[in-house]
Design a binder for this molecule. Structure first.
Ligand SMILES: [Zn+2]
Ligand SMILES: [Zn+2]
Length: 329
């Protein structure tokens, strides 16, 4: 099968021919129909995250059609369409797994990082960590739901959602464009903070229902109840705290961020909180997919052929994509 592999951080992905993988008992083998490109892939490619598996096939927003079942799989049948997310496996017995915090498992398996992901014609996944996908979303439009959507949703949940809240989104890329629509559908006021000068993203946010959009160094027109930071920029943390009312929450949603500059304690005072979001749980996925089956969102995607993965990555890096880049084998 054809796959894009990463020989070493800092290098472009390479088109390779790999042997067809064989499913273990709990695995499904899927034919990849579409796979989104996530900012976490950039952090893996750039070496911001330590190498876990040499020659890895990245990609953890995988939409696939089941072609072979492992001997123990009962959840899916051959021909089913499934989604494969970043959380590809957990130990099931550490303190975190036992306490319903499987996203924090001590020995997790991540798709496209520990085991090969979806930048390929075929991929294996542990069926227990796959999702059935709502029919309303075609393959290409469903792909970004599997990380941008899920992580955005977990960040949104952890912000302490209450109806009519004033929610700031910092960095208006793949995750923000999905969660903006969910939040607006649930009656929230969304304030979108974009990179200074990026008028295109500001207009995109307004089109998706944000009530205000402006540069991240601008003053918000009102105090925020919560802020979600999707851009990997540590300087946004004090900026978001400064825009947040007493008791508000600032959620850092990325897996990697530049250092947070020091800031006066007054920004945190007043019971403001800063927290991060790590990975997802299967419960997040079940809730998210049932929510967006009820309140459909429109994902904006730019498809690229599998062989053009490096172009898709460069476009994402340059901020040249409104929504999400998706590879189609
Ligand atoms: Zn565990
Ligand atoms: Zn991701």
């Amino acid at each position: 099968m054809r796959a894009m592999t990463l020989d070493a951080p800092g290098r472009p992905l390479k088109l390779a021919r790999l042997a067809m993988p064989e499913p273990a008992a709990e695995d499904v083998l899927v034919q990849v129909l579409a796979c989104g490109v996530c900012r976490t892939d950039l952090h893996i490619l750039d070496g911001d995250l330590p190498v876990h598996t040499q020659g890895i096939v990245p990609g953890h927003e995988v939409v696939g059609r089941v072609v072979t079942l492992g001997s123990a799989v009962t959840r899916f049948r051959v021909g089913d369409r499934v989604g494969i997310p970043w959380l590809g496996g957990t130990c099931g017995h550490c303190a975190y797994c036992a306490a319903q915090h499987e996203n924090l498992c001590d020995t997790p398996v991540f798709t496209g990082y520990d085991r090969n992901g979806g930048f390929a014609e075929y991929a294996l996944a542990d069926a227990r960590f796959c999702f059935a996908l709502p029919d309303a979303y075609d393959d290409v439009h469903a792909a970004p739901l599997l990380c941008a959507g899920l992580i955005g949703y977990r960040a949104y949940r952890l912000s302490g959602v209450s109806r009519g809240m004033r929610l700031g989104l910092y960095g208006f890329g793949a995750a923000a464009h999905i969660i903006c629509q969910v939040a607006v559908a649930q009656g929230q006021e969304v304030y979108a903070f974009v990179q200074p000068g990026d008028q295109q993203s500001a207009e995109f946010a307004l089109k998706l229902g944000a009530c205000w959009a402006g540069p991240s160094d601008a003053r918000a027109p009102t105090g925020l109840d919560a802020a979600l930071i999707f851009a990997p920029v540590g300087a946004l943390v004090p900026a978001a705290l400064g825009a947040t009312r007493k008791g508000g929450v600032v959620v850092c949603a990325g897996i990697h961020m530049s250092d947070i500059p020091s800031f006066p304690y007054g920004l945190l005072w007043g019971e403001r909180c800063i927290r991060s979001v790590a990975n997802l749980t299967r419960d997040d996925g079940d809730r998210f997919f049932s929510l967006i089956a009820q309140h459909p969102v429109t994902t904006h995607v730019e498809p690229f052929a599998l062989e053009r993965a490096n172009e898709a990555i460069a476009a994402l890096r340059a901020g040249a994509i409104d929504g999400a880049a998706v590879l189609v084998p």
